[in-house]
Design a protein around this ligand. Structure first.
Ligand SMILES: C[S@@+](CC[C@H](N)C(=O)[O-])C[C@H]1O[C@@H](n2cnc3c(N)ncnc32)[C@H](O)[C@@H]1O
Length: 156
């Protein structure tokens, strides 16, 4: 049984061991491409699914990491978008809110959620306004945030 869920793993760039057997890697696409710029996109999840509606039972994982796309706009040829995906400008608040709900639902009680966010186009304040869950701590002065949440008995 996998104890950790990476809910939108992309190319697994932040993992020291991207073959860690304790981790279930999920993304909503499988895709391989070598770009002219030299960037490699290698999205090869264990499970192809949507973070807004995850195919897992409640209380399944001890740790969930949630690193959704953080860009709303970029040039049509942007390698960043190809590699990291893009939010829907019409629905991103609802989409991210559903993602948080699902992460908490599949977490075990007292489990930990790590949320990664880059403030390039959407502020931390605005992204946190999409959910009722409150982070415990994170590197508040940085532009890229790693926030820690814990699931409580009373939640989800
Ligand atoms: C910021 S990237 C993740 C980067 C990854 N953590 C890494 O270390 O390389 C976001 C990923 O979320 C995926 N994604 C976008 N919408 C999704 C959805 N609704 N459900 C699951 N994954 C989604 C994208 O395909 C993209 O690979």
């Amino acid at each position: 049984m996998k104890t950790i869920l990476d809910a939108c793993c992309g190319s697994k760039m932040f993992w020291f061991d991207n073959n860690n057997q304790n981790v279930l890697f999920m993304d909503n696409r499988s895709h391989f491409e070598q770009l002219e710029s030299g960037h490699v996109i290698n999205v090869n999840p264990d499970v192809v699914a949507d973070f807004r509606n995850m195919p897992f039972e409640d209380d399944s994982f001890h740790l969930v990491v949630f690193d959704p796309p953080h860009l709303l706009r970029a040039g049509p040829k942007s390698w960043l978008i190809k590699k990291y995906g893009k939010l829907n400008p019409e629905t991103w608040q609802e989409d991210i809110g559903k993602g948080f709900k699902e992460c908490m639902r599949v977490l075990k009680s007292n489990g930990t959620l790590i949320f990664k966010w880059n403030e390039d186009q959407i502020s931390l304040k605005d992204i946190l306004a999409t959910t009722e869950f409150k982070p415990l701590f994170g590197n508040k002065r940085s532009k890229t945030h790693w926030l820690v949440f814990m699931k409580n008995e009373s939640e989800g």
